[in-house]
Design a protein around this ligand. Structure first.
Ligand code: HSE
Length: 313
């Protein structure tokens, strides 16, 4: 059954999980974007509304992640019809919670619904990646968990590369996002272009350890692996305000690990209970407020639904 108008929701995501640069990510509850798409007579894609971006996202359909993803989808369908897109940004931009991935995913999931869902969520990956690539190149560590929910390994950029991972029952998260923007391109520019063999051995060992720990539901081992990143955090730490103070404050309240959310500046704490995550979120926010930096904090869990269609007519 096809529709003329559809509305979807896509959750926030946290990429890398410390050691898994560009290959690991998870979706979180409590934050996300919405989009409404509808066919229009003209053959153009029009972004008719964007709310919640303070006017910062490009309205030019060739430069906007949502419309570029939609265009890739329409091209695949061989459809010459035009589209109107309304985007409601619940996610802060350039903040490490997968805002560009959510723009791409929420639009493509709504568009897929217009056609009666010919593609599974996994199969929507390539269209979303076309949009995400505008911002930060081809990597699927935000797009995959945003589409599917849960924790995902994406060892490549193809549909076959997506592997959902187990979610330990007692996994809770605390997030804090200071009010500064770090464009992903800038955070990627500081990454090393090469790593040494000892670093490679260390890093692959920790990624393997993290995945094994997820399978065993061992949060302590997860924490140890996540915080032992020798590649992204050392390169990016200086871009993250007060990282070590936030880490110290979070651990004093019981957090098991603190890691950079994606390209930052969001910082995430791994916790083993809701009460701990709530305390940690408050403590992390206080570190910024004591230093006169606005921030928003969230105590949350892994989202298991991924992107969903809210309604269609
Ligand atoms: N893996 C990406 C990075 C996530 O850390 O640059 C942000 O797009």
């Amino acid at each position: 059954m096809s529709f003329s108008r559809a509305e979807a929701f896509a959750p926030a995501t946290v990429a890398n999980l410390g050691v898994g640069f560009d290959i690991l990510g998870l979706a979180i509850e409590g934050m996300g974007d919405r989009a409404i798409v509808e066919f229009q007579e003209s053959s153009k894609i029009l972004i008719s509304k964007i709310e919640g971006d303070a006017g910062k996202l490009p309205r030019d359909p060739k430069k906007n992640v949502a419309s570029v993803s939609a265009s890739a989808f329409l091209e695949r369908m061989g459809d010459k019809r035009g589209l109107r897109i309304e985007l409601f940004k619940g996610l802060p931009l350039s903040s490490g919670v997968g805002s560009s991935a959510a723009s791409a995913v929420v639009t493509v999931v709504a568009l897929n619904k217009l056609y009666g869902e010919p593609f599974s969520r996994e199969q929507l990956l390539p269209f979303c990646l076309e949009g995400e690539a505008l911002v930060s190149g081809y990597h699927a560590d935000n797009v995959a968990p945003c589409l599917l929910g849960g924790i995902t390994l994406v060892a490549g950029i193809t549909v076959e590369a997506i592997q959902p991972l187990p979610i330990p029952d007692n996994l809770h998260l605390a997030l804090v996002t200071p009010e500064i923007a770090i464009p992903t391109a800038e955070a990627r520019a500081v990454m090393p272009s090469h790593v040494s063999l000892p670093t490679l051995i260390h890093q692959t060992g920790k990624v393997a350890r993290l995945i094994d720990a997820l399978h065993r539901g061992d949060l302590q081992a997860m924490a140890e692996a996540m915080e032992n990143d020798l590649v992204a955090e050392p390169a990016r730490a200086s871009l993250m305000p007060h990282l070590q103070y936030v880490r110290k404050a979070a651990k004093a309240c019981g957090a098991l690990a603190v890691f950079i959310g994606g390209a930052g500046p969001t910082l995430c704490a791994l916790c083993d209970a809701k009460s701990v995550a709530e305390k940690v979120a408050g403590a992390m926010k206080r570190v910024y407020s004591e230093r006169e930096l606005e921030s928003r904090a969230l105590s949350t869990r892994v989202d298991r639904r991924g992107s969903i269609v809210i309604n269609a007519e």
